[in-house]
Design a protein around this ligand. Structure first.
Ligand SMILES: Nc1ncnc2c1ncn2[C@@H]1O[C@H](COP(=O)(O)OP(=O)(O)O)[C@@H](O)[C@H]1O
Ligand SMILES: [Mg+2]
Length: 305
């Protein structure tokens, strides 16, 4: 029996509408909450590690570009006082607006609609809620504030990606608590290992209902994959033994080309011969593979993004 009174609060669709869309699209029909359909919920992903320099911001930017290029609407939240993400993606004129529209003012009042604080970026389909030095004033912010507000983004974005600061405090806990997935990038070094080990201990303790947490290897050289020994091999064994890892095809190669993609805004391509673009099929494959982990359907990521 269909419940005729049931309606999604975002798209307004009834149960009958949703069943019809299942017939049309072949996608599973389900309700996330009693008045929210699966199609309208945004996936929330955090990039977090207490160690700096593991690639959180670069992975955030590359992922956002790949997902947006596939036609999905992306919202980035810059939780790092460092502001790198905001500087990278906002036009100069828009940066002025971040004095008023930023994540600290957004979280200040639980009745705010987060959409009102999102700014357009230089990239199509990527919006951003900027960071601010005033985040430091939110040290007493309740850990679940963002989680309680995140529903205001539903229906407007397909994915929310939160770039966290290299620390462990109530701001990071806000991000992880609101997330469906938390990814900790690691390099092949002992500080990264310790950083992931720390999260493995504290996140299940501190985050009620912690959802999926995975470690992502950043700096995976294919040519060392079959080596019987060596640094990559040593760390891979440790990571595989101690942490839930993202699939191997998502591990990022270490390449200075990432600077061209992020700092000089060059397109990354998997097709040889595209002039002015950065050709790196391994990096393209890793980022596309990672992006695909957060969606039920196959993403149509173009050969250059
Ligand atoms: N896969 C990679 N290959 C080469 N350099 C990388 C890679 N990932 C990150 N880097 C470099 O490492 C540095 C730190 O990256 P960043 O994303 O700022 O880390 P975080 O946000 O975790 O502090 C940057 O200089 C960046 O260019
Ligand atoms: Mg960063």
């Amino acid at each position: 029996m269909l419940d005729e009174t049931k309606k999604c609060r975002v798209c307004g669709g009834s149960e009958a509408d949703h069943l019809q869309s299942l017939e049309k699209t072949g996608k599973r029909h389900y309700w996330i909450e009693k008045d929210l359909c699966g199609g309208c919920k945004a996936t929330v992903l955090s990039l977090a590690s207490i160690k700096g320099g593991t690639g959180k911001t670069h992975v955030t930017i590359c992922l956002a570009r790949a997902i947006a290029a596939s036609g999905k609407r992306v919202l980035l939240i810059d939780f790092d006082l460092n502001n790198s993400l905001s500087f990278n993606l906002l036009e100069k004129e828009t940066q002025e607006k971040t004095k008023r529209l930023n994540i600290a003012t957004a979280l200040n009042d639980e009745n705010n609609n987060l959409c009102d604080f999102a700014l357009p970026t230089r990239k199509e389909r990527i919006s951003l809620i900027a960071s601010t030095p005033y985040l430091a004033d939110l040290r007493t912010l309740a850990q679940n504030r963002l989680k309680r507000m995140i529903h205001t983004l539903y229906g407007h974005y397909d994915i929310v990606i939160i770039d966290c600061p290299p620390t462990y405090d109530n701001i990071v806990l806000n991000a992880v608590s609101a997330s469906d997935y938390t990814i900790t990038p690691v390099l092949n070094d002992s500080f990264s290992y310790n950083s992931a080990h720390f999260f493995a201990g504290v996140l299940p303790r501190d985050v009620e209902g912690l959802k999926a947490w995975f470690v992502l290897v950043n700096g995976f050289g294919k040519r060392f994959d079959n080596a019987k020994s060596g640094r990559q091999n040593d760390f891979q064994k440790l990571y595989e033994r101690d942490f839930p890892l993202t699939p191997k095809e998502t591990w990022l190669p270490w390449t200075t080309q990432i600077h061209w993609i992020v700092d000089y805004d060059k397109l990354l391509t998997r097709a040889e011969g595209n002039r002015g673009m950065i050709y790196n099929p391994d990096l393209h494959k890793a980022i596309s593979g990672l992006a695909g982990c957060f969606f039920d359907e196959d993403l149509q990521i173009p050969e250059a993004f």
